[in-house]
Design a protein around this ligand. Sequence first.
Ligand code: NAD
Length: 578
Amino acid sequence: MGALGVPLPARVAARAAAPALWRRVSAMATRGAGGATIITTAATPTAAPAVAGAAGLSSLPSMWSLRARPPLTGAAASAAAAASTTAGAPPPPSDASAATGEPEGGTFLEGVDANFRAASAHLRSVDPALLENIRRCNSTTEFAFPLKRDDGSITTLTGYRAVHSHHMTPSKGGIRYAPSVSRSEVEALACLMTLKCAVVEVPYGGAKGGVAINRGDYSPAEVERITRRFTSELYRRNLIGPAVDVPAPDFGTTAGDMAHIKDTYMQLEGGSMFGAAAVTGKPVSQGGIRGREEATGLGVYFGVREFLSNKTVATAAGLPTPWSIPASTFAIQGLGNVGYWAAHFIAKNGGRITTVGERDGTVSDPAGVDVEALKLHLTNNGGSVVGFANGGSPSLSVVADPAAVLSADVDVLIPAALEGAITTANAKAVRAKVVAEAANGPVTAGADVVLAAAGVVVLPDLVMNAGGVTVSYFEVAKNLAGLRFGRLTQRAEEAAMANLLATLQSHGVTITDRDRRRLIIGADERAHVYSGLEDSMCAACGETVKVAAELGVSLRIAAYFTAIRRVAETFESRGLWP
Ligand code: NAD
């Protein structure tokens, strides 16, 4: 056995097989849904491992297989070069799955179920019937509702709310506005929310909802009407409330939408002392908490740092040890809320972001992409990368291919758009050593197998993007307390430190003004939030690495295992009613 409980022959075999597998990769350029040139890889029967289904996943290769990553050469490189333009922009695809293709090897929900079952197989002391009860979604509500458009016409829209688990209440999960929203998608995401909450010890069940729209097709006034009507549909079905079910932002929704949800809830409720806690991710002026906007991306940064600072994980990925952010390169798919903030904190801590993929193209610069400038450019240009100059950098290239980011030659690839971005069709083109799942479900079950065989370490979504719900939990706590964190303590902490420094000074210690400015800082709300978030992320990463080593499984299965065990313990200790 190897040091991590993985049979050595499997690791040796993976090392031997990987180069051959990679040599069979070929790439071809095709026209994508939005007219964009998209690079896909042609899978050969021998190169594509059996897609992991419910039965096959129990034999998922461990993350600990040794890696062998050949460079993208030949046809793949030529296709990438052929796709290079100085951005004659094609019309943008309406969503990430339109650009990257449906996940094969089953739906997103089937992939989540398969991971659940693979992890459950290690929970031998838990009644399998209880595990099956935990796996299933408690309820999914689908409703149609009308929208009066600005031009007076009427459109019928479809909304969903899936509540996966009531093992703890309230249930918690985002609201998504995307064409991909469906019963099956919200059920998969709701299950992930139950497990994610358990991984970071947030005392909630999981839920998810959304409306099947492309937000860009509607005016701001129409989006507000959609949000308010959607909220009223939840309200009349008892699917929203501080003790019941608490939405939050997700793909396609913003803090402004959460303000509209809160206001609608308060209007319908007729005044409520705790009404602000009916939704999180609100603007601060509406009872939101400082630090929530950046929480998920900051959590991604903490997750990357914690996982890759672990010697075993870094070694498995083929990264140097000790690993450091400043010595590493990063690629980000999707510069929305999660992707932007992850990029912001990585860059702030010295990491070099060399590639960013957005809806209508990919920008690359080996000297580093200025993510602040790119975010501003996207905001000012309707989300298009066209015309981005990166401060006039001579090494900048812009390709009209949103998927090109996935084959960027970087240490860490961070998919932060939608599920199903990396499939068996394109997994072999991934050149990163690590895929850090900032989005929910960006790596399909089949692609997981391909990446593991190639020695690419996947940092799982259950942990990586749990920062959002962690800080939402702090926001609910703030709303229920009716008090900002730090308000009672900030000045007291500063006074205590000032007294300490004065005492030291009186005993002859030299304290400069600079020392005083640095040390006399009481923790304000944001400092409390960052501290709690970092603590939660570090604990979750540490536990996941420990369980992966103990069981000899991937980090993903380890995270599922921990989460399911915690949910099962809740049921076992309280019993089933009646
Ligand atoms: P968002 O709407 O703020 O950003 C998504 C970004 O992806 C947008 O900039 C969009 O233009 C871009 N995009 C869409 N299709 C793309 C494509 N084909 N290629 C490249 N970019 C593309 O959404 P978000 O809130 O950042 O959520 C992103 C992911 O993170 C989702 O999977 C979501 O479920 C997950 N997540 C979000 C939160 C949160 O707090 N917002 C928390 C946990 C998980």
